[in-house]
Design a binder for this molecule. Structure first.
Ligand SMILES: CC(C)(COP(=O)(O)OP(=O)(O)OC[C@H]1O[C@@H](n2cnc3c(N)ncnc32)[C@H](O)[C@@H]1OP(=O)(O)O)[C@@H](O)C(=O)NCCC(=O)NCCS
Length: 235
């Protein structure tokens, strides 16, 4: 398989993340879970079908399959970090402030993405925004449109909720196809100097307005789990 290095663009090499750092959690960018079912204030979400894959909100019964998916996608070493982060982010999803979607092929979960709330420290006020992290697709179904289906459906649903901005850390080569652009180009500042400039990306949705500039402030869970940027072991 071809090396998908993106180092010339952003300093990140996505193929390294699963083995090298908790950053895998962030960059694949998105995470999951809990269902938007009767326990949440958010209305039930319709499912989307792409080929044989159905994209739908994560249900409680999916939890172990989602965990297994991340073991396969990221490697066993990173699963505790992913699982702990996602467990915390699930609370926000339960409150209807985020999104956790799975891609299901028949009864098998083959992909998962989470969008969760963070804040933009804008001149006028603190503005709720969303962060895409983590995302994972089982190896045997990668490069077949599953990640694309998850992200596109997430963007569609967040647009319907009038979310103005979605941020992530990741490879521009992959995320630019969804409309993500370098954050700095639109007046946004990254939450850590350890994030390469090109990796810090933003998607401006229809309710975005030009006054919405400033610094992204990650939800505390990302800091608690040291899932922001990359650590330099030689520093
Ligand atoms: C990254 C990931 C979520 C993408 O989902 P996917 O379903 O495999 O990708 P899609 O089928 O939607 O898109 C395929 C395209 O993405 C590109 N792509 C796939 N993985 C990529 C990666 N790690 N970096 C950059 N581009 C990637 C493919 O080259 C292909 O490009 P093309 O359309 O120009 O040919 C998935 O491959 C994955 O979970 N990988 C393992 C974990 C990982 O490396 N995560 C990334 C950062 S931690």
């Amino acid at each position: 398989m071809a090396d998908r290095s993106v180092s010339r663009e952003c300093g990140f090499k996505l193929s390294d993340f699963p083995r090298k750092s908790a950053h895998a959690v962030k960059v694949a960018c998105a995470s999951v879970w809990e269902c938007h079912q009767s326990t949440t204030r958010a209305p039930p979400l319709p499912a989307t079908r792409l080929a044989r894959v159905e994209v739908r909100p994560e249900a409680i019964r999916d939890r172990s399959a989602v965990r297994a998916l991340h073991v396969a996608a990221f490697g066993e070493d990173h699963v505790p970090v992913v699982a702990n982060l996602v467990d915390e982010l699930r609370d926000a999803v339960r409150r209807g402030e985020g999104l956790s979607l799975v891609a299901a092929e028949r009864d098998q979960i083959v992909g998962h993405v989470m969008f969760s709330p963070s804040l933009l420290d804008a001149p006028k006020r603190l503005l709720p925004v969303e962060v895409l992290s983590p995302i994972g697709v089982v190896p045997e179904r990668q490069n077949q449109g599953v990640g694309t289906a998850l992200i596109r459906r997430g963007i569609e649903l967040l647009s319907e909720r009038d979310v103005p901005l979605v941020f992530l850390e990741g490879a521009p080569r992959y995320y630019s196809r969804f409309g993500f652009e370098p954050g700095a180009a639109h007046g946004f500042r990254k939450p850590s100097l350890r994030i390469p400039d090109a990796a810090f990306q933003v998607l401006r949705l229809p309710t975005y307005e030009s006054w919405m500039t400033g610094t992204l402030v990650y939800a505390e869970a990302f800091w608690r789990h040291d899932a922001v940027g990359r650590r330099d072991p030689k520093a």
